[in-house]
Ligand binder design. Structure first.
Ligand code: SF4
Ligand code: SF4
Length: 404
């Protein structure tokens, strides 16, 4: 069965290439250099809300990193915040991060993870009866074992969305307890959808120290987002932005990269944002991020490069998670989650993460079969049906094949 699926996948090829060979070497991690990283760049620091920590404006989001030498190089260059998630690489990403950081003094870095609870209803932006307090505590304890630390610095509750999800009692109490028990120094939420609502709610709980919202130049309602960021920051929460690259490319073939420096400058021009998690997988990206700290001013050229200076409707890879498509879909599919999976596959080339997200959407084998006409008008201009049919093929690809 596995061989059959493997043969089928190789024949069709998600990217038109064969198997693990399609993964860039930076992601497979096999060709990255071992190096002691030297940098003359000046680091720029901001204060992370009520945590009182001064941290560089660039942090590592380790989801696309599987080379411990790159993690060490980040630390040697002065990066201080390192984030993973319990589901990245089925826990292996946390292990890699812990192994890489363990040789450094424990007070010289801050490590955090997004601990995913069971039973998330992504489509409706809520947790469910399967999202239990005990389940989350166990997830965090397992995470600490993989890191190899007795505590973490940041524990994030991911997929916080609607207000009721942020106030969902079992998880709220679990987060509070884990902090009181010293298993984490600080707690926060991470949010991809209903982000402005989640930020307001997190601030109103008065228990959270920080938030990690999806925030980039393609955000759906920038005014509401900026207002929510200000609300959270003024309540004392530190803000660390994610998804800042909006998929990284304008096209799925990755022939048109988005100006990554411009994207970071766009985010960091918001004074409420303390730092961004950058998904680095190459030493060159670290070098570029360090250099960026010496040129943080958002320029007119950046405006043009990000297509903000004029009315350009290039769809790009980033789904704004606005959910306008869901009521238009005859099968009420969780299209925003499917589109995130598509971005992880084609923008990040992280098939493991893409498949995890795809399965979380509850997608059926061939979700658009027998649905001949698709009249969905996506606010980003995506051909939704085409993208769903494309990414749905990843559903049954054996995970071993994806890992290479
Ligand atoms: S083709 Fe697919 S995305 Fe479009 S309406 Fe039908 S089920 Fe929904
Ligand atoms: S697919 Fe389009 S309409 Fe649907 S959530 Fe994404 S951006 Fe919005």
């Amino acid at each position: 069965m596995k061989n059959e699926a493997r043969r089928d996948f190789l024949k069709k090829g998600l990217f038109g290439m064969a198997g693990a060979a399609m993964l860039p070497s930076a992601i497979s991690g096999k060709t990255l250099k071992t190096s002691s990283f030297q940098s003359d760049n000046k680091l720029v620091y901001r204060k992370l809300g009520k945590t009182g920590l001064d941290v560089p404006v660039i942090s590592l989001g380790a989801g696309d990193t599987n080379n411990p030498n790159l993690v060490k190089a980040c630390h040697e260059a002065g990066i201080r915040l390192f984030f993973s998630a319990t589901y990245y690489g089925e826990g292996n990403n946390e292990k890699m991060l812990g192994d890489a950081l363990r040789g450094f003094p424990r007070d010289s870095f801050f490590v955090g993870t997004a601990a995913i609870p069971k039973g998330i209803d992504h489509k409706n932006g809520v947790y469910t009866k399967d999202s239990t307090r005990e389940g989350l505590v166990k997830t965090v304890e397992d995470s600490l074992k993989r890191f190899g630390f007795d505590h973490m610095d940041f524990l994030l509750l991911p997929f916080a969305a609607k207000r009721e999800s942020v106030f969902f009692e079992p998880l709220l109490r679990a987060m509070e307890d884990l902090k009181k028990q010293g298993k984490t120094r600080f707690i926060g939420i991470a949010s991809h959808s209903w982000v402005d609502e989640a930020l307001h709610a997190a601030a109103d709980t008065k228990i959270y120290d920080m938030a990690m919202p999806a925030y980039n130049f393609r955000a759906e309602n920038k005014q509401a987002m900026n207002e929510a960021l200000g609300y959270a920051a003024n309540s004392g929460m530190g803000i660390i932005a994610m998804k800042t690259q909006a998929g990284g490319y304008w096209d799925k073939e990755r022939t048109q990269p988005i100006n990554s420096k411009a994207t970071l400058r766009w985010v960091l021009q918001n004074e409420h944002v303390t730092s961004v998690v950058s998904g680095m997988s190459k030493f060159e990206e670290l070098q570029q991020n360090l250099a960026l700290m010496n040129e943080l001013k958002f320029t007119d050229q950046d405006m043009k490069d990000l297509k903000l200076a004029y009315n350009d409707n290039t769809p790009g890879m980033y789904c704004k998670q606005c959910r306008e498509c869901i009521p238009q879909c005859k099968r009420n599919l969780d299209i925003p989650t499917l589109m995130r999976s598509y971005m992880y596959a084609y923008g990040y080339r992280n098939l493991e993460h893409a498949q995890h997200t795809l399965l979380a959407s509850g997608i059926a084998e061939d979700p658009c079969s027998d649905c001949s006409t698709c009249n969905i008008k996506c606010t980003s201009g995506f051909n939704v049906k085409e993208k769903i049919q494309d990414i749905a093929r990843l559903r049954n690809v054996p995970v071993d094949l994806i890992k290479g």
